[in-house]
Design a protein around this ligand. Structure first.
Ligand SMILES: Cc1cc2nc3c(=O)[nH]c(=O)nc-3n(C[C@H](O)[C@H](O)[C@H](O)COP(=O)(O)OP(=O)(O)OC[C@H]3O[C@@H](n4cnc5c(N)ncnc54)[C@H](O)[C@@H]3O)c2cc1C
Length: 348
């Protein structure tokens, strides 16, 4: 039974009365946002109520399971993820040129709040993915953007943030993961990361880890940290998947709460001496790039904190899983009608 009902009127009030949405809509690319905002929020509310909320209790009771370097998510989560990605929710605020919906973050933030409120364990995966996309978009080469971003935006792959180590939590100056440059321009990474959210899972064929490491000549402290792209499966130049990289999950944390979200320990280079990795930006400037991901995570975690008072507002009778999607048609004039343009659940 779904207990979650999105507070759409509150979101509409915030967007239309408190935020200067008109000014946002004047920014290049956002001109049509006011026409679709209400319909997108309504669709998000339906997805949260009909797909994510009923799985919340399953995720809590069943939890993610670890065995043989693999993680199995709770029953129904993989399917929900594919509905989520297929409906275009992963790329809602991401650039259209990379396959995103190109909508302003103010709308995406409202949807994020709905994912958080209806199923926190589920919502943590897409959260970290968004930070990884932003870091590659802002600091990656054109080649890296073309190779990784479209599949992260579509949700075909997921991205992670691999910072924390057993001796390096708040104090990233202590990061020890070794990154040894190779003749071909790649790096070999060895070390261990802990507490990596969705570092391993069964949703997608590939996982793109954004990893902090230190080259042999790097200065001590935070001025010697570099950021690397470390794919679970190497990606060939034509975009196809190559060999399995030497980054494996060694276990997941047993936590109070968010049981559905795998918080993983990741071993780099244990089998072959080094996981193949690609430098993002310049050596020793990784802390700066890391803050792109960290700020995205902080922003979204703030949304998670707000979720608690909003959760079970009203009991609803169970409804079937919906195909609710943010892909609203954008007419040149007039307001779009979600129900006329896309498949929706019965409540749309
Ligand atoms: C559910 C979950 C998911 C996570 N997901 C990720 C992830 O996806 N990727 C990732 O890289 N990490 C992740 N983390 C790790 C998280 O970022 C770290 O837990 C965090 O950086 C704190 O590190 P720590 O746990 O080692 O605590 P510590 O750094 O040991 O801190 C312990 C306490 O000491 C305080 N403290 C630390 N240093 C100082 C100081 N200099 N002065 C005063 N007080 C101080 C801290 O505020 C804290 O209260 C996750 C953690 C959790 C619990």
């Amino acid at each position: 039974m779904s207990a979650y009902k999105a507070p759409l009127r509150d979101f509409q009030f915030l967007i239309n009365e408190l935020v200067d949405f008109e000014a946002i809509a004047k920014l290049p690319g956002y001109e049509e946002a006011p026409d679709v905002a209400d319909a997108v929020l309504e669709e998000a509310g339906n997805f949260a109520s009909n797909v994510l909320d009923p799985l919340n209790v399953v995720g809590d009771r069943e939890g993610a399971k670890y065995a043989n370097e693999a993680v199995t998510t709770p029953k129904g989560f993989k399917d929900a993820y594919h509905q989520f990605a297929g409906a275009g929710w992963v790329g809602l605020p991401m650039p259209v040129e990379y396959g995103g919906q190109g909508l302003p973050w103010i709308i995406s933030t409202a949807t994020l709040e709905m994912w958080n409120a209806s199923n926190l364990g589920f919502s943590l995966g897409p959260l970290l993915n968004q930070g990884a996309i932003e870091a590659i978009l802002l600091c990656g080469t054109d080649e890296q953007k073309a190779l990784y971003v479209p599949n992260l935006v579509s949700g075909q792959w997921t991205g992670t943030m691999d910072l924390t180590e057993p001796q390096a939590g708040s104090d990233l100056a202590q990061v020890r993961t070794k990154a040894v440059p190779q003749d071909d321009g790649t790096y070999k990474l060895s070390g261990q990361k802990i507490y990596i959210t969705y570092g391993e899972h069964d949703y997608t064929e590939n996982i793109i880890h954004l990893t902090l490491g230190r080259t042999p000549t790097a200065p001590e402290g935070v001025k010697g940290i570099s950021l690397f792209i470390t794919p679970k499966y190497l990606v060939n130049a034509d975009g196809s998947l190559g060999e399995r990289n030497d980054i494996y999950c060694a276990g997941i944390e047993h936590k109070l709460g968010i049981h559905a979200s795998p918080t993983t320990t990741m071993n780099y280079g244990e089998k072959t001496g080094g996981a193949t990795a690609y430098l993002v930006g310049k050596e020793n400037e990784g802390l700066k790039y890391m803050f792109i991901m960290m700020n995205a995570a902080r922003f979204s975690v703030g949304g998670k904190v707000m979720r608690s008072p909003i959760v079970p507002i009203k009991r609803r009778s169970p409804t079937r899983a919906s195909a609710c999607s943010p892909r609203i048609s954008r007419p040149k004039s007039g307001r779009p009608c979600a129900s006329s343009s896309i498949p929706t659940c019965g409540a749309c």
